[in-house]
Ligand binder design. Structure first.
Ligand SMILES: [Zn+2]
Length: 453
């Protein structure tokens, strides 16, 4: 059977299912949490739609108490996992299309979740459907598990693991092809202090995993405004001063690639440190200015994954107490304790304390192992791409939560998107119809091979 032909035949059905799913604004909502809706009513609605699709298509399915859902196909002792998610990040600003409308343009479908991760989850769903409709015999069972809390803490999969069968191995369609065989370990921690500082108020950033795009600080003393203007132009930044409030614009980026952004928080602290020799600002700027962690003596380099990355994501500062949330992604060859030890040694003598918020392990599977070989081969034969290397990355997918799982698609490395297509988590997120079809075919073939290897 040609999986590609099967997927092409089903294009309208796949697109219709995606549209119905994207129309549901499945963002976490603490105000509508109830029994069986641990992340609020909207995400519950998306899960219900998934379960309705399963019912419609005659799958074995289950609602895992509103934390996740799954469909299953095949026979045998062992279980292969395919892990997607139905929750999305907030819509945000700057859309030129309806973020819930799935408008089509130049072969792309626009909307929040089309690429992360409703599109890939729907593709994986139809991959299982192709196998089932064609009665393809599988010697292992495959289970497509869709979580409901991927974007805000993975509580869904932690719950799933406590009450349900854990897959022996598998993949998560929530990143890039060919195969991501390694993911950096992720740490988020607060650096807290109680310095006297001239900053009476500085609140910037919302989450650890995004580079601070803009920041403003109200100061208790007058600084040289001309010096600020000079500082801005020296660093190619935009900013202004009114009533002793210094405003600075940098550039937002994902914390796994902080070098692609300009951290407004770090630049503002550096200016205050330079202009007034403020001790607190000086120390914190010193700790965070290097996105490879040099300022905290954690500029580790991995053999496969390259350099550690560091991002200052949130600042909550006043003249008495200060807190800074930092996101650190460390490479192979290191453990979280190496990072903690080095940071403590650096910051504690300077009267900063450490409060660890997140600590997610590294993912690393042998790129020569059977599973990776199969995933790689299926991708290459289906696309003809024999050049793109297998990759490691700084992101954190569900592969972190399950042993022997790796991220696999659905971003195609050789496809360059037009300018009108926004990135994941940004405005004008989109997926191409071609990617939906090719992804469906690749997932169907990969599942068959993994179940019968
Ligand atoms: Zn995702």
């Amino acid at each position: 059977m040609s999986y590609k032909q099967e997927a092409v035949k089903r294009q309208d059905e796949i697109v219709a299912d995606l549209k119905a799913m994207v129309a549901i604004k499945s963002i976490i909502d603490e105000t509508t949490i109830s029994e069986n809706a641990p992340y609020g009513a909207n995400i519950r609605q998306a899960l219900d739609l998934f379960l309705d699709m399963a019912k419609r298509d005659g799958f074995t399915y289950k609602d895992v108490d509103g934390h996740a859902g799954y469909i299953e196909y095949g026979e045998g002792e062992e279980l292969v996992g395919v892990l997607g998610h139905l929750d999305v990040v907030p819509l945000g600003d700057g859309w030129t299309k309806d973020p819930l409308g799935c408008e089509e343009e130049d072969g792309y479908i626009f909307g929040r979740g089309t690429s992360d991760d409703k599109g890939p989850s729907i593709a994986a769903y139809h991959a299982l459907k192709i196998l089932k409709d064609n009665n393809v015999k599988l010697n292992r069972r495959v289970r497509l598990i869709v979580g409901c809390d991927e974007e805000t803490g993975f509580r869904c999969v932690e719950y799933y693991k406590q009450v349900e069968e854990v897959p022996n191995f598998g993949f998560t369609p929530d990143a890039n092809f060919p195969v991501i065989y390694g993911e950096k370990g992720i740490i988020q921690l607060y650096l807290n202090s109680e310095y006297p500082t001239i900053i009476t108020e500085l609140n910037a950033g919302e989450v650890g995993n995004v580079v601070i795009g803009r920041a403003s600080a109200k100061l208790s003393v007058d600084l040289d405004e001309a010096a600020f203007t000079a500082y801005l132009s020296k660093h190619n930044l935009v900013g202004s001063v009114t009533d002793n409030t210094y405003y600075l614009e940098g550039k937002s980026a994902h914390a796994m690639a902080p070098q692609e952004g300009l951290n407004a928080g770090v630049y503002l602290l550096s200016f205050i440190a330079e202009a007034h020799n403020d001790e607190f600002a000086k120390h914190l700027a010193d700790f965070t200015h290097s996105y490879n962690g040099h300022g905290l003596n954690i500029d580790f380099e991995g053999k496969y994954m390259g350099p550690l990355t560091l991002n200052l994501g949130v600042l909550r500062i006043n003249e008495n107490t200060q807190s800074a949330l930092i996101d650190i992604r460390y490479p192979d060859g290191y453990v979280a304790e190496d990072v903690f030890k080095a940071i403590r040694a650096k910051v504690e003598p300077l009267n900063f304390s450490l409060d660890i918020d997140t600590d997610k392990d590294i993912v690393f599977l042998d790129p020569e192992g059977d599973m990776i070989k199969i995933l790689e081969e299926v991708y290459r034969t289906e696309t003809g791409d024999y050049e793109s290397p297998l990759i490691t990355m700084g992101g954190g997918t569900y592969a972190k939560a399950f042993e022997n799982h790796v991220a696999y698609g659905m971003e195609f490395p050789l496809i360059k998107h037009p300018e009108s297509v926004g990135d994941v988590h940004q405005a004008d997120e989109a997926v191409s119809k071609a990617a939906l079809i090719d992804g469906t075919a690749i997932y169907a073939k990969a599942i068959e091979k993994l179940c019968n290897m």
